[in-house]
Design a protein around this ligand. Structure first.
Ligand SMILES: C[S@@+](CC[C@H](N)C(=O)[O-])C[C@H]1O[C@@H](n2cnc3c(N)ncnc32)[C@H](O)[C@@H]1O
Length: 339
């Protein structure tokens, strides 16, 4: 099967490494800063670190939209779609067109021809109001074209502002190279998206989830009362805490620290306050992090974390660093280890 996976811009290398780990002998077809196409010898379930994983029906290079349509209508669509959808088929469908990621115009005669072909293969009819499946024709800036299948509507659950989506939490957590005996801390947990995702990812020793805002901690405690968390509740510790004062914890207590500190967007912190917050937090983090520990931080693009560590003479060094795009905002991911 061929697939197209999407993810926040900037994580291509990490996503490639994870796909090599999770798919059987994957063969990469093409990629850019926020998507990757590959062939896998086995049918893949949803991959939690991808925003979406679509079956890939056709792909190639196209100079313009006409060439993109032509490329698709010439492909053996039945051969591709039957294994994806099973048979006999009876699906009403819609074909949507995207130019450089935005809804684009259709080329009427080629669109009709493609609809006719698909109606034969899918045993249904075009229905833009209530389609059973959606097919998307994309043409990117680099002339890469691809035709993908979206069986159901994507997960569009609205997250409260500032909450990280689960796939982004996964990417950050994967960068921290989890260990089964982890004592884990997110000291700026907000909704608790990162700690909860850490708990979903498999064995750990303890998870501490802290925030200075008591209401957020209460809300997190309420989430832990839900049935799915019944078994793990006793190993997850929500705390009202100030990340710049972690005196309650011994030196070297935590093996992994993954967090998304304030960026100054929703918390009305000025540059100086933000700088002081980061320096004081990093000082505490360098103390509570085990010598073999690892810290992954997602920060706004204008937070010079490496400079702050140097200026504050902290014995922390940047092991990896990547510029990324989070909900259209430029951001930086740092992987930090004790020196
Ligand atoms: C960017 S948000 C974290 C969002 C979180 N990753 C999520 O997905 O919901 C930063 C959080 O840090 C908290 N915070 C701000 N200053 C803090 C401090 N000194 N100590 C601990 N938490 C703090 C804020 O209340 C806010 O919830």
């Amino acid at each position: 099967m061929e697939y197209l996976g999407t993810f926040p811009a900037g994580f291509t290398d990490l996503v490639k490494r994870l796909i090599v780990r999770d798919a059987v002998s994957p063969h990469f077809l093409f990629s850019d800063e926020s998507s990757i196409a590959f062939r896998s010898e086995r049918v893949l379930p949803k991959l939690a670190y991808l925003k979406n994983l679509y079956p890939l029906i056709a792909w190639g290079k196209a100079e313009n939209l006409t060439a993109a349509y032509q490329l698709v209508v010439e492909k053996p669509l039945r051969q591709k779609l039957t294994p994806m959808l099973g048979s006999p088929l009876r699906y009403n469908f819609v074909i949507r067109v995207f130019l450089e990621g935005r809804p684009g115009p259709i080329i009427r005669d080629l669109h009709l021809r493609l609809e006719q072909q698909l109606a034969q293969v899918l045993g249904g009819r075009p229905d833009s109001e209530r389609p059973d499946i959606e097919l998307q024709l994309h043409l990117r800036k680099n002339h890469q074209c691809y035709f993908i299948l979206q069986k159901t509507k994507g997960l569009t659950t609205e997250l409260p502002p500032g909450t990280l989506p689960p796939y982004l939490c996964r990417l950050l957590l994967e960068l921290s190279e989890l260990q089964r005996d982890d004592i884990f801390l997110d000291p700026f947990m907000g909704s608790g998206a990162i700690p909860l995702e850490r708990a979903r990812m498999g064995p750990y020793h303890m998870i501490f989830a802290g925030d200075i805002n008591p209401e957020k901690v209460e809300r997190f405690k309420a989430v832990l009362k839900d049935k799915p968390w019944e078994k793990r509740r006793k190993t997850i510790f929500p705390k009202v805490l100030d990340a710049t004062h972690l005196e309650k914890f011994e030196d070297g207590f935590f093996t992994r620290l993954v967090s998304d500190p304030p960026w100054g967007l929703y918390d009305a912190l000025g540059p100086e306050e933000l700088r002081a917050l980061y320096i004081n937090f990093l000082r505490e983090a360098s103390r509570v992090l085990a010598k073999t520990g690892k810290m992954v931080l997602l920060v706004g693009a204008d937070v010079p974390l490496a400079d702050l560590c140097r200026e504050a003479k902290l014995s922390l060094s940047v092991a990896d660093f990547m510029p990324v795009l989070v909900s259209g905002q430029k951001a930086l991911v740092y992987v930090i280890i004790p020196e």
